[in-house]
Design a protein around this ligand. Sequence first.
Ligand SMILES: NC(=O)c1ccc[n+]([C@@H]2O[C@H](COP(=O)([O-])OP(=O)(O)OC[C@H]3O[C@@H](n4cnc5c(N)ncnc54)[C@H](OP(=O)(O)O)[C@@H]3O)[C@@H](O)[C@H]2O)c1
Length: 285
Amino acid sequence: MPSIAITGSTGQLGRATVTHLLDRGVPAADLVALARTPAAADDLAARGVTVRAFDYDQPETLAPALDGVDRLLLVSGSEPGRRIPQHTAVIEAARTAGVGLLAYTSILNAETTRMQLAAEHQETERLIADSGLPAVLLRNGWYTENYTRTLDQTIEHGALVGAAASGRVGLAARDDYALAAAVVLAGEGHAGRAYELSGPAITLAELAATISTVAGREIPYRPLAPADYEQLLVGAGLPAPVAAIFADVDVQIDAGALEHDGDDLERLIGRPVTPVADTVRAALA
Ligand SMILES: NC(=O)c1ccc[n+]([C@@H]2O[C@H](COP(=O)([O-])OP(=O)(O)OC[C@H]3O[C@@H](n4cnc5c(N)ncnc54)[C@H](OP(=O)(O)O)[C@@H]3O)[C@@H](O)[C@H]2O)c1
């Protein structure tokens, strides 16, 4: 088996991807968990996975850490505004190290979306194309967990609040996207492909109805004007730029940015995506 490395392996998507690779029978000896904080990957090391330090902000250390790596999953950085220098450093290191396949977690509809959050993904896709590296784009839609993360507050508040009106958002569990990444990394024939990965698209009112059913109490969807939603988020303690990004997400949901007709995710993982109700149930458990 070629050697497979995963960045952000101590994060939720990266760790789940490593776990799926192991579950699918990829030998631990063929896996390299790249971590900003290697000690946080001790559990992976205990399973026989090689752990190496890999901080996107330390460009000179990256190519040596990719020594012997054939396939690399670049999990997009988690700090909007910092991702271009970070991703540039990783792509350059991959080239220097002679990586044979670079997989990147991009955003759904990257070719057309106007979402503010997408700009760095679009630029990263361009950088990857310019690098000449064989690559595969995993254009991930929204995690259902983006909504279930704050489910307690939603239920306490008695309503799901947002700024989208009747737009629909394709939702799948984070673990579905991780499994898709593992399938691509361990499989063949993915170089040059761009996968639009998403679950069935639903409105936020439909999401609220699912939450209501699972929670056993009525949690309606309460749409606000984008500016009011942004103010609400600032009032709840979010930094203003982050609140603006979240409001923009909902405006773009209404523009269709997070909805995609297609079954790339189901086909890659070989089963239906995790039902939204299951993720809601897990969050409430
Ligand atoms: N599609 C969606 O709905 C959605 C939602 C949220 C985020 N995302 C994107 O998808 C990515 C993965 O999601 P996730 O749920 O796994 O996020 P996460 O749990 O926050 O994990 C992010 C990972 O990136 C690593 N990282 C951040 N900055 C780094 C740096 N400078 N050098 C090396 N590693 C760095 C983190 O390292 P540490 O463990 O050391 O912190 C962590 O392992 C996110 O980073 C974000 O770009 C997508």
